[in-house]
Ligand binder design. Structure first.
Ligand SMILES: [Cu+2]
Length: 254
């Protein structure tokens, strides 16, 4: 009885320890850490930090930020494939009073990942407003898989953390007469960047050398409108139209 109980325990331990050893070894060898100090854009007053640990294509993202508009969605993304820098409020090239997403793109690039609270994290979810933080103080943590082009952009030093949505006129809501460059039915305040920071490699962890993925993000700029503009908005619109059609079908059956 005693012996029969002991044997499986040993077998389980033997099976478990190699796995534990493997996973901790790979975490030490392949993991890299990146940190972004968020700077305010569009006079948002937002401050904060972003931390990313990357092991292969798996990232754990932590964002702590404050000063955002309470009760309104804040889209947040990794932007990739450009200069890896942030615009300033002086880069309002069309002088409409806002640094827009379009005006920031030459600096920080297109969306590489959408830092949603659940579900899809691809650029398709760039404006998935029901899956982004909606609080004035954001404390976000999520682990998910990024694509190869996002991974390459981190290694190239061109990954940028951007938080969107700014109440520039202090009205307590996204409103105003300037409309979004991404969707003319939305106020500019809903999509304009509120905070931005380059995700720079931190000292801890050793970045693997010899990555052969240079150039993977080279088409990111071309895909900007598909990533965060027309495509994303069209998806939101399609989802809304689908919901209407579904309700209509339900009504027909009743
Ligand atoms: Cu963004």
């Amino acid at each position: 009885m005693r012996k029969a109980f002991a044997l499986p325990t040993v077998a389980i331990a033997a099976a478990a320890f190699p796995l534990m050893a493997m996973s901790s070894a790979s975490a030490h060898e392949g993991a890299s850490s990146y940190q972004a100090d968020l700077g305010a854009l569009n006079q948002s007053g937002v401050t904060g930090t972003g931390m990313v640990t990357m092991d292969g294509n798996q990232v754990t993202v932590m964002i702590e930020a404050s000063g955002l508009l309470e009760g309104s969605p804040h889209a947040q993304h990794f932007h990739i494939g450009a200069q890896g820098t942030c615009p300033t409020d002086a880069d309002d090239t069309n002088a409409d009073g806002f640094v827009s997403v379009t005006e920031g793109a030459p600096f920080y690039g297109a969306i590489g990942s959408s830092l949603t609270t659940s579900g899809d994290t691809s650029p398709d979810s760039g404006l998935a407003i029901d899956r982004f933080p909606t609080t004035g103080t954001i404390s976000y943590e999520r682990t998910f898989e990024v694509t190869d082009d996002v991974h390459a952009s981190f290694e190239a030093g061109t990954a940028v953390l951007v938080l969107h949505g700014v109440d520039k006129d202090g009205s307590g809501a996204y409103d105003g007469t300037v409309m979004s460059d991404l969707d003319p039915t939305l106020p500019m305040e809903a999509t304009a960047p509120a905070a931005c920071g380059t995700l720079a490699a931190a000292q801890m962890g050793t970045a693997p050398s010899g990555g052969a993925e240079t150039g993977a993000g080279s088409t990111a700029g071309v895909e900007l409108s598909a990533a965060f503009g027309v495509g994303a908005v069209a998806l939101v619109g399609a989802a809304a139209a689908g919901a209407v059609a579904y309700r209509r079908r339900l009504a027909d059956q009743a």
